[in-house]
Design a protein around this ligand. Structure first.
Ligand SMILES: Cc1cc2nc3c(=O)[nH]c(=O)nc-3n(C[C@H](O)[C@H](O)[C@H](O)COP(=O)(O)OP(=O)(O)OC[C@H]3O[C@@H](n4cnc5c(N)ncnc54)[C@H](O)[C@@H]3O)c2cc1C
Length: 384
């Protein structure tokens, strides 16, 4: 009989599925499951910003080259504050030497392209078994470890065995794609507005993904409005050189929160990964990148053992939460501070906002710190 351990991953979103691919490099059986079918998991209208730390993680797991045809890179990042009329543009020259050769600050990818490549990878791995929860329950397998990657809605928050913290921003995020007239440069935009940040991510020469944060009620009104009216509404707040042509595909709404969910007060062999472990405000496009850094740490901890057995899994949970604490703390503080200072018209914060842009526009070192922290995170050097 095989001595291989059985690991179960509940949730096959981008976190659960990358975790299955990463763990398949180890000598394990991986059982991956989701409430949704393969088609439902693939065909979703989401788009993700990809950072340099993610590039390194995907390279490590042999996925980067396969994703390359579907990635759209951007070499400029425009940051502006509509309340103080301040702006700056970060460029390739602001990147650290170890990443500047990539000639991109970041990349953007459609969810469906990402998931197609991921599922092809699963099909080529005999030790990943993807099944519905019903089919999996027929298997009579005893699982040696369970990973919960079920996304932002917690499945256990009422239990005393888990530590759950959540801050609601009373904001929601509206996402949709727009076609623009004319040829735009490969530039991403983060526009700080009184109601919340508005991000524009380039997906093609004249296709942009809009990630528009606002109060929950305003976002809902915009979701229910006519597409032409929504486009007119957006045109009034975009810089003049954006000539909107039409909205493409669906308009979606997703809730925005800051949350931490830890499974520490119990001896259960389970832990949380990705959005089910932590959620952040989408400002700065850190969400999924942070989820994939969880996957990287899980792989590293397990891979540091010459072989994986029940004994060395005993302290696995604590090693994992400890190894993720600094990165998650930084991401939490940075995203939350950006919202506290830049998503309002509070006159007390105006000097801080103006000074931030003066510093960014006049000091190369400050520009470098901001841009490289955003795209590399504090983990870049230790991702091997
Ligand atoms: C509508 C929407 C639009 C978004 N758009 C963007 C965007 O444009 N850009 C961006 O950067 N981020 C976006 N986000 C956030 C981004 O999707 C998440 O940060 C990212 O998907 C986290 O990945 P995950 O795999 O951890 O969780 P998820 O992607 O949420 O995946 C969780 C999976 O678990 C499954 N699941 C849930 N409960 C169970 C259960 N009990 N048993 C089995 N399976 C279960 C779900 O079906 C799902 O497939 C969006 C989120 C939503 C909800």
């Amino acid at each position: 009989m095989s001595n291989r351990l059985n690991f179960k991953i509940v949730g096959s979103g981008p976190t659960g599925i990358l975790l299955s691919i990463a763990l398949s490099k180890l000598d394990l059986y991986i059982y991956l499951t989701d409430l949704l079918s393969r088609e439902q998991l693939i065909y979703q209208e989401k788009t993700y910003a990809i950072t340099h730390s993610t590039r390194k993680i995907l390279l490590k797991f042999g996925i980067w080259e396969k994703l390359k045809p579907y990635l759209f890179g951007f070499d400029k990042l425009s940051i502006s504050d509509s309340v103080t009329s301040s702006f700056t543009t970060l460029r390739i020259s602001d990147l650290d030497d170890d990443i500047s050769a990539e000639r991109n600050i970041g990349w953007v990818i459609k969810h469906s392209d990402l998931m197609k490549v991921f599922f092809e990878e699963i099909d080529n791995n005999s030790n990943i078994i993807f099944k519905s929860p019903q089919d999996l329950s027929q298997e009579k397998v005893i699982f040696d470890y369970k990973f919960i990657a079920t996304g932002a809605i917690p499945i256990n928050k009422k239990s005393n065995h888990f530590l759950y913290f959540r801050k609601k921003y009373n904001q929601s995020c509206l996402t949709f794609k727009v076609l623009l007239r004319g040829n735009l440069q490969r530039c991403a935009y983060e526009i700080f507005r009184e109601e919340g940040p508005l991000a524009l991510l380039p997906l093609d020469k004249n296709l942009y993904q809009i990630i528009w944060t606002s109060s929950a009620s305003k976002s809902l009104d915009r979701l229910n409005t006519d597409k032409n009216f929504l486009m007119d509404n957006l045109s009034t707040i975009l810089p003049d050189y954006f000539k909107l042509d039409q909205i493409v595909g669906e308009v979606n709404l997703f809730p925005v929160s800051l949350s931490i969910n830890l499974s520490i007060f119990n001896s259960k062999k389970l832990l949380f990964v990705g959005d089910s472990f932590h959620t952040f405000h989408p400002v700065g496009g850190q969400g999924l990148n942070t989820c994939w850094r969880d996957v990287n740490n899980i792989f590293d901890i397990l891979n540091s053992n010459s072989y994986i057995n029940k004994n060395n899994l005993r302290f696995f949970k604590f090693k994992y939460y400890l190894s993720r604490s600094i990165d998650i703390f930084f991401t939490l503080v940075i995203t939350d501070s950006l919202i506290t200072f830049f998503a309002n018209r509070n006159y007390l914060f105006i000097p801080v906002r103006k000074i931030s842009f003066i510093l960014l526009n006049n000091f190369l070192l400050i520009r470098k710190i901001v841009l490289n922290q955003m795209t590399k995170s504090i983990l870049f050097k230790i991702i091997k």
